[in-house]
Ligand binder design. Structure first.
Ligand code: GDP
Length: 440
């Protein structure tokens, strides 16, 4: 079953405190933690909005912003200053050693937030897939300015909404952005709310899980502070940050066998082999034996860290740094899965998914994405198209599957990768998403 014998090694195994991690977790439960992705059409204002949110929460200081503003002005692009906040943070992070470069965090009084996949990266979709597969909810940014909303709906708004839904995200906060450009027209807001609700519910979101906030990311209206513009006084709902705080994180699979996808591998003072990633399911503690797939090699947890602090244990939903021992670093790569050796994830090269088609599907070459992992593959068979709601078979062995239909699709990959039922994968071809769905 792919589990190899422990590599003989002179290093003594790390000691375990044999804690009952789940009861420790119950006792320690502090601040709520939640994670989200930010999606929307290019230029909808995603980076500006997040930059402004962080500024208004005092996560970044005014001086830093001023510096960006000066630099941006010299380039004749003063409005880019806010968007640079996120880019700059990403750059600073990539020079550090201990933090997952893809995670941006901030805290409010009630909640500790992680922004998965800060927007603005060049090849955005693979990052978004990785982010959305771990997100508790999404912020969908819509450009309310005249004409832009209409072109956005035809553009990436649709692909992003389908993608996040296929990746299991069920709650969406819609930021109806740039309302300053239409004089805070309530009519415009209502029209967009109406159209986007219809569109999102057709994509499979429940209306009770969608909320709309009229905002100006550039000016900061209704993000952390209520708009003081008299033209915006008709809005009596919550601010963006309140909507974020009111969103319940998804239930974590704490009592399941351990699953963690590695997002970083590096050397640290504590160990020649340190990894980081988010625990998707289960829990772990210092001294635990782990299995790394696809190599099938065992490793031990020497020590672990949450937010740069040493801890005894960690549970599903947390981003953890793990110092490993008793394993050769050549067996460990970004995208690998760390699991419980007693209930490991197996490596397979062929799988069946219940897929939502974004494009026409037929026997074809595809790239398979699961979180940060990707592999080359091929659609080898399409046993049936299915009813979207009931899941019953509509047609057996269709020659092609049309966009927006659901089908059972068999994919064969060029190598064995760790995959199991219940995981969500995305199929892409020539840089476009062609399908996404759940492994059967
Ligand atoms: P992204 O591609 O979605 O990350 O979009 P950006 O954050 O880079 O914003 C695109 C452009 O829209 C920039 O020129 C911003 O200054 C502008 N912009 C963003 N938010 C607002 C807003 O609330 N009001 C106005 N007037 N302009 C905005």
């Amino acid at each position: 079953d792919g589990v190899k014998a422990l590599k003989v090694d002179d290093t003594p195994l790390p000691k375990s405190k044999n804690l009952d991690v789940l009861s420790e977790y119950e006792k320690s439960k502090g601040k709520k933690s939640a994670s989200f992705v930010v999606v929307g059409h290019v230029d909808a204002g995603k980076s500006t909005l997040m930059g402004r949110l962080l500024l208004d929460l005092n996560v970044v200081d005014q001086r830093t912003i001023e510096r960006y503003r000066k630099e941006a002005e010299q380039m004749g692009k003063s409005s880019f200053a806010l968007a640079w906040v996120l880019d700059q943070r990403t750059e600073e992070r990539s020079r550090g050693v201990t933090i997952d470069i893809a995670t941006n965090r901030f805290e409010t009084e009630s909640t500790s937030f992680t922004i998965l996949d800060a927007p603005g990266h060049r090849d955005f979709i693979p990052n978004m897939i990785a982010g959305a597969s771990q997100a508790d909810f999404a912020i969908l940014v819509i450009d309310a300015s005249t004409g832009s909303f209409e072109s956005g709906l035809k553009g990436q708004t649709r692909e992003h909404s389908l993608l996040i839904r296929s990746m299991g995200v069920s709650r969406v906060i819609v930021a109806v952005n740039k309302l300053d450009t239409v004089g805070w027209s309530q009519e415009r807001f209502d029209e967009i709310t109406h159209q986007v609700s219809g569109f999102l519910s057709a994509t499979g979101f429940q209306l009770k899980n969608i909320s709309f906030v009229p905002v100006s990311g550039l000016l900061g209206d209704n993000l952390v502070n209520k708009s003081t513009d008299p033209a915006a006084s008709w809005y009596t709902g919550e601010t963006m940050i309140k909507e974020l705080e009111n969103s319940e994180p998804m239930t974590r699979a704490l009592d399941k066998p351990l699953r963690l996808t590695i997002s970083e591998v590096f050397r640290s003072a504590q160990s020649p082999l340190t990894i980081s990633g988010r625990i998707d399911a289960g829990s772990l503690q210092a001294g635990d034996a782990l299995l790394v797939q696809p190599s099938g090699e065992k490793a031990y947890v020497k020590s672990l860290e949450l937010d740069s602090e040493a801890v005894d244990w960690a549970v599903a939903g947390q981003n953890v740094v793990i110092h490993l021992s008793n394993i050769d670093p050549i067996h460990v790569r970004v995208g690998d899965i760390v699991c419980d050796p007693k209930a490991p994830v197996n490596c397979i090269d062929t799988f069946t998914i219940k897929a939502l088609a974004f494009d026409i599907l037929m026997p074809m070459q595809v790239d398979v994405h699961r979180g940060r992992m990707w592999a080359a593959g091929q659609i080898v068979q399409m046993p049936a198209t299915l009813d979207k709601v009931k899941g019953t078979i509509l047609k057996k062995n269709p020659k092609i599957v049309k966009p927006a239909s659901v089908a059972r699709v068999v994919v064969k990959m060029s190598s064995k990768v760790p995959l199991e039922a219940g995981q969500r994968v995305v199929l892409r071809s020539n840089g476009d998403t062609v399908a996404a769905g759940l492994l059967e």
